[in-house]
Write a protein that binds this ligand. Structure first.
Ligand SMILES: C[S@@+](CC[C@H](N)C(=O)[O-])C[C@H]1O[C@@H](n2cnc3c(N)ncnc32)[C@H](O)[C@@H]1O
Length: 226
């Protein structure tokens, strides 16, 4: 375990198996030295100065040093609402607003060419963002981009079309392939079976659908594949 604190007096609290490094959580050179000598980490807890610039700078520099499936936890995030901590209600510089933006970044591969919604590489890295009273927890979960599965003449293939849709027309709004097919030919239970059992291979399709895939062109969108 590695602890960082700006107060040199903390060094006296060091016990076996624990290292206390003295420095400022806003000093990016210090953070990178820590990452180099101690990283990467499975769990990062920011319970430091609670100022907005401290929380945001620390997140920006320490997040890349978090392992896959790791957890980044920020304590006392109510300071986001306090001007005395550089916060304030809806203050765009607050950590709460920064974390709200992360929600959009996590979803940014569903942007459908919206020029106002740029893709952010964090879409690949953020698995979840949980807001608690006074605490925000961000989980790293490296994901493959979502893809469509396309079948034509019995051949199943992945397609990245879901993230390449042009002219901002959602494939969900085009009743061209699966929408017509599913709604016309499958009842709700079959739809559920299809969605829940589909793991990327045609043989996982329920029997009712399997024979149909030979004669219709269908698309199914689903999340990251196992
Ligand atoms: C709320 S206390 C929490 C201490 C410890 N986590 C605990 O639970 O006892 C905040 C700590 O952050 C340290 N701190 C304040 N500003 C800091 C900064 N800019 N960089 C690093 N540590 C800082 C303080 O010295 C203090 O020890």
């Amino acid at each position: 375990m590695t602890f960082l604190d700006i107060d040199p007096a903390c060094k006296a609290l060091e016990i076996q198996g624990v290292e206390i490094l003295i420095g400022n959580q806003e000093d990016t050179n210090f953070l990178h030295k820590v990452i180099k000598s101690k990283g990467p980490f499975d769990l990062i807890v920011d319970d430091g100065g609670h100022f907005m610039s401290q929380q945001i700078t620390s997140f920006q520099h320490l997040w890349p040093a978090l392992n896959d499936k790791g957890i980044y936890l920020v304590e006392d995030t109510h300071t986001s609402y306090w001007p005395g901590f550089e916060g304030g209600y809806k203050n765009p510089n607050s950590f709460v607003e920064f974390a709200k933006d992360l929600i959009d970044k996590m979803h940014s591969w569903y942007r459908e060419d919206d020029p106002n919604f740029p893709f952010d590489p964090l879409a690949r890295e953020i698995g979840s963002i949980s807001f608690y009273d006074s605490m925000i927890v961000i989980k790293k979960d490296i994901k493959d981009p979502p893809a469509s599965i396309v079948s034509q003449d019995g051949k199943v293939a992945f397609s990245s079309r879901i993230i390449e849709t042009k002219n901002r027309v959602s494939i969900f709004k085009k009743p061209k392939f699966e929408t017509m097919y599913f709604s016309d030919e499958l009842d709700k239970e079959q739809m559920f079976l299809l969605r829940s059992s589909f793991t990327g291979c045609a043989q996982h399709l329920p029997k009712t659908c399997r024979h149909r895939r030979l004669r219709v062109l269908w698309r199914l969108t689903c999340g990251p594949f196992p």
